[in-house]
Design a protein around this ligand. Structure first.
Ligand code: DP6
Length: 359
């Protein structure tokens, strides 16, 4: 027999960024972060997990190619989930799996992204969230979404925020705040995601992603943030002084549908994150000339109207994530972008991703 579960999880885009870990193994951040989860059918991962007594080892395929599950992050997630597995019974198929059986049974995992991995768009967030969610369903875990997010966090930090729709906060947690006090202070299990508002709360917003480069980023987020933690004084200042205030203001802006504050905070936080990258030794450059030109263009547009119409934010790469205040502005934005930044080699732009349509 084979028992299977399939799940689909969208990616999320941080508007207050996570950058820096206080514990690398458990993936505990130095500051809270807030993100917006894209609609389920846009930029998502679909994962099928299967269990059968005929499987002789755990195996995983990503976009049809087998990958190694040897990496610590996969093993950490699998271990956490197996230890919480419960009895499962499928009377129709006559299958009964007892709690203790999960330690011996092996899993096959097949995961697909509905966007080209080569597009350079974040995939680890949706990937680990989907893996944890589908395994939790298969193994009948009793944990709630926030508790599951603390497991997904151990796969990739940003993944914990993809367990919820709408706007989501990843709380840094108090346990293990001081790395040298590991044993006394527990396992960081209070570092988890909570939903701030659901997907209906602010559904005017439209997200357009300008795919600036399809090349793999030179410095991975994991390596980049390690180097920033070791060398950037600005990161320390940001984590202690800046982000705590911004989190409060951002939560307020979201609750009140206050697009002006939302856009101002989102752009400022993206810019500060990239300033931290420049403050890292050696400096890390994620944005390129095209990214900078898009920022200048949006800033000029917002200023000419007198109030922000569009927010921009950039993760660990040159792609621009643009958040328009409503559908009308999104249409106008897309027209302007296609005119001033047509996708071709001269503009160094590949395509625009608007929801599930590429242009
Ligand atoms: C710039 O979650 O990819 O996108 O925890 O090491 O897997 P790891 O890093 P990852 O970092 C994401 C960084 C970011 C900002 C964000 O999503 O908050």
């Amino acid at each position: 027999w084979v028992l299977m579960v399939t799940a689909q999880t969208p990616t999320n885009i941080a508007v207050i960024k996570y950058w820096g870990k206080r514990d690398e193994t458990l993936i505990l951040p130095v500051n809270d972060s807030i993100s917006v989860t894209l609609d389920p059918d846009h930029l998502c991962t679909t994962t099928t997990v299967a269990v059968s007594p005929s499987f002789d080892q755990d195996r995983m395929w990503l976009n049809g190619k087998e990958i190694s599950l040897g990496g610590g992050r996969y093993q950490n997630c699998l271990k956490e989930i197996r230890s919480r597995a419960c009895d499962v019974e499928d009377t129709e198929k006559g299958i009964k799996i007892e709690k203790k059986d999960w330690q011996k049974l092996h899993l096959h995992i097949a995961s697909f992204n509905n966007f080209p991995t080569a597009a350079g768009l974040a995939s680890s967030a949706a990937g680990f969230a989907c893996l944890v969610f589908s395994l939790a369903k298969l193994m009948n875990l009793k944990e709630n979404q926030s508790q599951l997010s603390a497991i997904a966090r151990q796969g990739s930090g940003s993944a914990c925020r993809s367990l919820f729709g709408g706007f989501v906060k990843w709380i840094l947690g108090k346990l293990m705040l001081v790395p040298s006090q590991h044993l006394q202070e527990g396992n960081g299990s209070d570092s988890l995601a909570v939903q701030l508002v659901d997907e209906e709360h602010w559904n005017d917003l439209v997200i357009i992603i300008a795919v600036v480069s399809s090349r793999q980023k030179e410095t991975s987020s994991t390596t980049g943030m390690r180097e920033s933690v070791e060398t950037s004084l600005l990161l320390q200042h940001r984590a202690k002084e800046v982000v705590p205030k911004r989190i409060v203001q951002m939560e307020e802006a979201i609750q009140n549908h206050d697009f002006s504050s939302f856009a101002q905070l989102t752009c400022a936080d993206s810019n500060q994150f990239h300033a931290v990258c420049l403050d890292t030794s050696p400096p890390i450059f994620y944005m390129n000339d095209t990214s900078h030109r898009i920022i200048s263009y949006v800033e000029r547009w917002n200023r000419s109207v007198g109030s922000p119409q569009v927010a921009y934010t950039f993760d660990a790469g040159p792609n621009a994530v643009l958040i328009a205040r409503n559908r009308k502005i999104a249409t106008e934005l897309l027209q302007r972008l296609l005119f001033f930044f047509p996708p071709n080699s001269e503009t160094d732009l590949n395509s625009y991703v608007l929801g599930d349509k590429s242009i």
